[in-house]
Write a protein of this length. Structure first.
Length: 532
């Protein structure tokens, strides 16, 4: 395996070095130009805009928003009624429901000889990671650049009022996330060695087959698998490392930085770190994300709270701007376009609710009750969008940084704008934010590698050769992403991620009754067995 990695990097590095040294149209720019011409039709199809009055809105918004609204009411406001119970599941309050007797097999009164201590308390459950690990693994793919750059871009278009619609969108997304992650656990496959294979590929094929729609299910599952592989290489990999490198390069001196023109070097380092983690599969990924995610969210939220405390007298005015702007013509139109368009396009609605990706990570959880993980998953949009994104918005509003914003900003410029907002109160924070962005990018890459691999294994088989081939290719794309110009590639990968929504949403609507059955089963078990 190590020889294979060395071989690929040996072939790749001279090409990337030449691309960096060429002062005219570099190789990566030529590739990007050709790529744009070849894939432009697909990008235009996914991001086709429907004229509504004086506004043009991407059609992908409609199934995502309407689906979230439908699930919210179909499950009787599960976004709110299930919130407290979701917290208790993560805290382990209902673990006794999952386990029959500690240290014994189900139905076997004798202790298991040779049990590994860490696994004793999960007898009778299938899966690879805990509820908390599954949550952090999924959050690591969503909490990231969209929370920093996406919010700044959204507010530059919709003004302070866009924050209100962002919060509404976060609450609605909780219902979609509950449905897809419950299905992810219900229809997952578990190999003899305990390895879990799950996600939309499986609940589309197996779930739709269970209601007499097997043919449609197979087609939708295969289409989703193709899209998730494409999304993992692009938005979940190259875009992440590219934006992280740009910020590192800027903070270390820009054109005078020792890293200037050496994106490939940054990419090699990140690729090695990513490779070390992803070789171990979801257990290894979860062990890393359960440490990184709480740490980076705590740093970011803590800094936001520090800024708010320093400008405490301005908080009331900030909320006044949010409420006033939310219902003004600029707020409604700008909020819809700024949050629901820019937010979707750059961060898949910040939390990927309705896209289907998170169901892959959550399907690996150790549980006997699929709805238990669905409840855990609904916390994702709340943390990602309602908390973290709102913090970013408040900092931008209170520091007056929106006056420097431009609706034509790209992601790199938006990150610098947010960095400047924090710097106006915490002078040294840009350095901390740079570390946070690198961690955001790193955690997103390792989680998306798992998402892409699940699609890859569904299409090409579960052999070790296929697994290593995918992971080697993924690591190579980390290097390419850091070194290359990515205009067309990012547009295409965005389209691939949003395209995942099409087969996923179709399956979610048809399978919603199955989710209701699982929820009823879980709530009944809690009431009858635990009396809670």
């Amino acid at each position: 395996m190590k020889r294979l990695l060395v071989f690929f990097f040996t072939l790749l590095l001279p090409v990337l070095t030449f691309a960096q040294e060429n002062q005219e149209l570099t190789i990566d720019q030529k590739i990007d130009q050709w790529f744009g011409q070849a894939t432009g039709w697909f990008v235009n199809l996914i991001f086709y805009q429907i004229p509504i009055g004086n506004v043009r809105v991407f059609w992908v918004l409609f199934p995502l928003i309407l689906g979230a609204l439908y699930f919210t009411f179909y499950f009787k406001l599960i976004n709110f009624t299930g919130f407290g119970r979701a917290i208790r599941v993560v805290q382990g309050k209902y673990d006794d429901l999952e386990v029959q007797e500690v240290g014994t097999l189900a139905g076997d009164p004798t202790p298991n000889v040779g049990d590994i201590p860490e696994t004793i308390k999960v007898e009778g459950k299938d899966g690879e990671v805990s509820h908390f690990q599954a949550l952090t693994a999924a959050l690591s793919a969503t909490v990231g650049l969209g929370n920093i750059a996406g919010v700044a871009i959204a507010l530059s278009i919709g003004g302070a009022g866009a924050t209100f619609w962002m919060i509404v969108a976060g609450f609605l997304g909780m219902a979609s996330k509950f449905v897809e992650c419950t299905l992810g656990v219900k229809y997952r496959d578990i190999d003899a060695d305990g390895t879990v294979y799950g996600g939309p590929m499986y609940y589309l094929s197996k779930g739709l087959n269970s209601i007499g729609m097997g043919g449609l299910g197979k087609v939708l599952a295969a289409v989703f698998a193709v899209f998730v592989i494409g999304g993992s290489f692009g938005g979940g990999n190259m875009f992440q490392v590219n934006q992280a490198f740009q910020l590192v390069e800027n903070i270390t001196g820009g054109e005078s930085s020792f890293l200037y023109g050496k994106g490939w070097l940054f990419g090699v380092v990140m690729s090695i770190l990513v490779g070390i983690v992803i070789i171990g599969g979801i257990k290894s990924i979860a062990k890393v994300t359960e440490k990184i995610v709480p740490f980076m969210v705590a740093i970011y939220v803590g800094a936001s709270l520090f800024v708010l405390a320093a400008k405490f007298n301005m908080i009331g005015d900030a909320f006044g701007q949010i409420i006033d702007g939310a219902f003004s013509p600029e707020g409604v139109v700008g909020g819809a376009v700024g949050v629901l368009v820019q937010g979707f396009r750059r961060a898949a609605f910040s939390n990927e609710a309705g896209i289907g990706s998170a169901a892959i990570a959550h399907s690996a959880v150790k549980t006997k009750y699929p709805a238990s993980e669905g409840l855990v998953a609904l916390l994702e949009p709340f943390i990602d969008t309602v908390v973290v994104c709102t913090m970013t918005a408040l900092v931008l509003i209170i520091t007056g940084s929106l006056g420097e914003a431009s609706s034509s900003m790209n992601d790199a410029q938006a990150i610098l704008l947010t960095s400047g907002a924090f710097e106006s109160v915490i002078g040294w924070f840009p350095y901390v934010l740079t570390i946070a962005v690198v961690l955001f990018a790193f955690s997103s890459m390792i989680s998306w590698s798992y998402y892409g691999f699940q699609g890859w294994s569904y299409l090409f088989g579960r052999t070790k050769q296929m697994e290593y081939l995918y992971k080697v290719i993924f690591c190579i794309f980390v290097v390419i992403g850091a070194a290359a110009s990515l205009g067309s590639v990012i547009g295409f990968s965005d389209a691939m991620i949003f395209a995942m929504m099409v087969p996923n949403m179709i399956g979610l609507v048809f399978l919603a009754p199955k989710v209701k059955e699982e929820l009823s089963k879980y709530l009944t078990a809690i009431k009858t067995k635990l009396g809670k």
